[in-house]
Design a protein around this ligand. Sequence first.
Ligand code: 13P
Length: 253
Amino acid sequence: MNKKLFIANWKMNKGLVQSQQFAEELKAHFEKHKGTTDEIVLCPPFTSLEAVHRKLNGTGVKLGAQNVYYESSGAYTGEISCGMLKSCGCEYVITGHSERRRYFNETNAIVNKKVLIALDEGLKPILCIGETLQEHDDKITEAVIDEQLTSCLLHVNIEDIPNVVIAYEPVWAIGTGKNATAHQAESVHNFTRKKLKKLYSEEISLNTRIIYGGSITPENAKELFAPQTINGGLVGGASLEVESFIEIINSAH
Ligand code: 13P
């Protein structure tokens, strides 16, 4: 798996105009530099999805959403379905981000429903897992990861698991400027692979894409993406500027 996966999670940033500007700049960069060998996904806010999709036409850069609801349609005021995301050009959807868990009370059971419907309706879920600072300090990271994987992947069958991306995002590293070391991330990625082997198979454990997220910057990217087991990054703050996002992608090789 030499091809890495880089996902920009803009969170609640950028209106329509700024989103389009970013996509145009990124397109111009790739046209000038003849594309990239990595897989790149942008996850703008819902309100910019369609416009960004149009701007990205022909670049090979893919589109993802930051959230989805676990029903297909109906009286759920304010929610967005998988079908709606697909109609805007989405291929991916982030599920279980720690900010959703923390501010919107998303439990592993809810995240599981989102993963299942995404797979069912043809979207690739980016399943976020990771321990809080307290759990990290209590040295129960592996138990937390184990439980998150067991619960969030419940009833996900072996045929569908190749469409799941796992993002290890230690909560203490998100937006804090305090990234995990490559060694720390590598250790949790390896633990995750062992768990996937137990849940599925050796082949699944080796081939599932597991990416890291949490305070990735152009400065720490080279070290963070050196381990073979880290297949890419989920980038927050540093994905808001084309230049820093590109620097991160470039320094991974
Ligand atoms: P930061 O890169 O801003 O720490 O955010 C990481 C993240 O939460 C990506 O989903």
